[in-house]
Design a binder for this molecule. Sequence first.
Ligand SMILES: [Zn+2]
Length: 162
Amino acid sequence: MATPEDALRKLAKLPQNIRCANCEKEDKVFGFKNICMPFRTFVCSMCKAAHQSFSHRVKVREVFWPSKITPALLISSYLFFYSVSSRSRKITKKNAMLQELNQSNFSTAEVESLKPPRGSNDLARRTWLGKCPSDSVERPREGDPLEKYKAFVLAAYENRRW
Ligand SMILES: [Zn+2]
């Protein structure tokens, strides 16, 4: 059975989503893992921080989620980590990660809401940023301070300037 993470992995790599909705940074290899839920966009880590500073909810998908999770895989992994956890403190973190594997961070409805045409970076570019040229000096670019990203998010999504 396909997990929500399988679907999100595909969505993140769609041509519509491989460029960050705001700053247009590209991540072709994995696609962005940060998803801004109110605007249904896939964003880079700087834009994630900028959105979060305005309390826009950002959820993070698992990049290395196994494509198929079977009960046997979960049990054998758990037993493996349990058996070695007493020997190493480093394992504690892995244990915590493993427990999270039991349940996806995303509901089916949330995944559906992100699928084009209901959501995508292209859609946000046509709506929230519809009148903001991609070469606008107001757009943040990689290397810019976080303040510039925040100012852009404020203008675009809070003040709806474009
Ligand atoms: Zn960005």
